[in-house]
Structure formats: structure tokens, C-alpha cells
Design a protein around this ligand. Structure first.
Ligand SMILES: [Zn+2]
Length: 293
């Protein structure tokens, strides 16, 4: 009798685990009935990893930023469940239009696609949306886009993941990769991350075929911002030297970012402040003369 009882318990345990495993976090893999469960399991939280198609030196693939933002996200949701939106590359990359393989949609379109994506996710039950951005050229766009969410009432809250560099990790990575004077676009760090995440699309032996030196062509303009600044420095879309990168260093960098992302997802899922503040703000904005002075 006891034996039967134990077998039954084991069967129930396996069944529960199997059904838990079956619920993918990748939105494209979910069936419609499972999607309903996933929205619930995620506490109505969806993550959009964002990248772009852009040259990354002579040795990394055009989709590098997409691979990276998805790698961070896919590793993080194993620890803290959230639904992950499919490959999203409709973002700001005008500064690379002179390079082969750049897909630069118009400023109006990237705004509209992102807004409509959020609207559709909201219509499908998500109340919290996290953007994980892998492309530095999106930073100004995402900042403004985030602020612009306040222009009208929304049924969701938008959160943008902004990881911080860890000085200890940086020190170890520098030791492992023998430093890189610029270490920016397609440099040691980015190449190391790609070696750790997707070595099959990294051609490290070609990293020395082109120069990643900062040309610094507008240094005569102090206290200045101009949209051509990136082209002035790195017209070759290579900033640094990827030749000395290592998968081991990449693992350290990925782990440091993923740890922060897991922490952020947990905090966002538990957050009540942003939705409440937004609600209060939208109510007050509809009637500013009634706002307490
Ligand atoms: Zn990149």
C-alpha cells in the first residue's frame, strides 16, 4: 500500500515538472491556450530583447546585438519566468547606412513599430513590458520613447533594463584579454560575449583585418553634440580590437549582466509603485487645475 502511494507521488511529481517544463518562455513556441498560461505565469510580464542589423567589425555577424540581448534574456528567464518576444530588430541605426547589411528603417517607422508592439502586448494581457537593449545606438531613442509614454494614458508600464558594469569583472576581463584601448563596438568585450554565446558565428581570426582605431575627427568642437559623432570616430563600425577576446571572459560578462537582469525581472514583477504612480499621473493630467498645490 505504502509502495503504491510513493509511486503515485512520484508520478504526480514528474507530471507537474513535465507540465512546468512544457511552458516555453519563447512567445513563438507557445500555443494559443499555453499563451494564456504563460501570461499568468509571467505575472503579465513580457520582455522584448532589441537589437539591430549593423556591421560589427570584420569578424562579428550583422545580428550581433540581437544575439546578445536575446542571450541575456533567455538565460535570465530560466531563473525568473517571463515571456520573451521574438527577434526584434526595428531600431535606430541611421549612422551605419553607409555599411553593407544595415537595415535602417525610418525614424517614424521604428517609433510606430515599437509603440504598436507595446499596444498589442497590452491588448494580449501583459501589464509590464521590459526592454533589453543590445544596441548602443538605441539609447537616446529609448530614453525619449520612455518619456513619451506619459503623453497619453497606458494600460501597461514600460521598464528599460540598464545594467551596470562591475569593476571586479572588468578587471578580470582586462587580464584575460590583454586590454583593448577602445573596447567599444566589436571590441574585446563584445567579441568575448559572442564567443561565449555563439562561437559558430564569430570569425576571430579576421579581427585584425581592419582597424578599430578611434579617428576622433571632431575633437576641435568642445561642448558639442552632433549626430555625425559616431561616424566621426568609428566610420568603419569597429571600435577596438576583437583579436584578443576569450569565451571565458565573455562568460564572466554575460553572468554579471544576467544576474542583474534576474534581479530586475523579480523587482518588476513585484512592483506596484510604477503602475499606481502612472494611474495617479494620468488622472491628474486630465484635470491639472484640480491637482493639489
Ligand atoms: Zn554591438
Amino acid at each position: 500500500m505504502m509502495k503504491k502511494y510513493i509511486i503515485l507521488l512520484v508520478v504526480i511529481f514528474i507530471a507537474i515538472n513535465l507540465s512546468a517544463q512544457e511552458l516555453s518562455f519563447k512567445m513563438e513556441e507557445l500555443t494559443a491556450p499555453d499563451f494564456i498560461k504563460a501570461v499568468d505565469k509571467s505575472s503579465k510580464t513580457c520582455i522584448i530583447p532589441i537589437g539591430v542589423f549593423e556591421k560589427h567589425g570584420p569578424h562579428l555577424p550583422l545580428g550581433t546585438d540581437l544575439y546578445m540581448s536575446r542571450e541575456y534574456t533567455l538565460r535570465a528567464v530560466v531563473e525568473e519566468y517571463a515571456v520573451v518576444f521574438p527577434w526584434y530588430y526595428f531600431s535606430q541605426i541611421n549612422e551605419a547606412k553607409h555599411q553593407p547589411g544595415t537595415i535602417a528603417y525610418s525614424p517614424e517607422l521604428i517609433w510606430k513599430v515599437l509603440q504598436e508592439t507595446l499596444d498589442e502586448l497590452s491588448r494580449n494581457g501583459f501589464e509590464k513590458i521590459i526592454i533589453v537593449n543590445g544596441h548602443g545606438g538605441n539609447n537616446a531613442f529609448l530614453n525619449y520613447f520612455g518619456m513619451a509614454q506619459l503623453s497619453e494614458p497606458r494600460d501597461y508600464a514600460l521598464y528599460w533594463f540598464r545594467p551596470e558594469g562591475n569593476s571586479e569583472v572588468r578587471r578580470k576581463v582586462r587580464e584575460m584579454t590583454q586590454n583593448d584601448q577602445y573596447d567599444q563596438h566589436a571590441g574585446n568585450s563584445e567579441t568575448s560575449v559572442m564567443l561565449a554565446a555563439h562561437p559558430e558565428v564569430v570569425y576571430q581570426e579576421r579581427a585584425g583585418e581592419q582597424s578599430g582605431v578611434d579617428l576622433d575627427r571632431i575633437k576641435h568642437l568642445p561642448f558639442d553634440y552632433t549626430g555625425i559623432w559616431w561616424y566621426a570616430s568609428f566610420p568603419n563600425h569597429y571600435g577596438g580590437d576583437g583579436a584578443k577576446s576569450s569565451a571565458e571572459a565573455g562568460e564572466l560578462l554575460i553572468n554579471s549582466t544576467v544576474k542583474q537582469l534576474v534581479e530586475m525581472i523579480k523587482a518588476v514583477k513585484n512592483d506596484t509603485a510604477v503602475p499606481e504612480l502612472q494611474k495617479q499621473f494620468y488622472n491628474e493630467s486630465a484635470n491639472p487645475l484640480k491637482t493639489k498645490q
